[in-house]
Design a protein around this ligand. Sequence first.
Ligand SMILES: [Zn+2]
Length: 154
Amino acid sequence: MKMTEQLKKAQANLVPGAIVEEGFLGHDRRPLADIIQHDEEAFAEHGLSWDAVAERLKYLLVEGEKGLGEPVTVEGKWRVFVYEARGQFACPWEDGLFHKDSVTVQRLENGKPVGDRLVFNQLCIHMLEKHHFLEGLGSSFRLHPAALRNVLNL
Ligand SMILES: [Zn+2]
């Protein structure tokens, strides 16, 4: 994938301190275009649809907010906890502002949380949906394709 001007601008916003203190790239040193292309390939390998994943994450966020700060069980399948945080993040692509509330989701098996834990916020959902960006390797909010498949049950 080519590094367009738009991607170059976004990449400059992904470094530590530009928008968030720790940045969005973790220890990943690849160009943004390569990170996105690799995750697009991973989505295809796992049979994941970007829209379906985004819809499921939005649904879990909305359901989790109903807990008003307490963990909730959704459809008997997920444990969802929404941590309310003040303020907003700007998208690194400079096309919107998103609440900082963070969501933690785990799959339930016999009522007990098991396996991978997804941690994300509205900006993560937006970047996934609009930019196919899951954050760099080692970033604390990175959404691993395999973890998305395992937890979201898609
Ligand atoms: Zn954006």
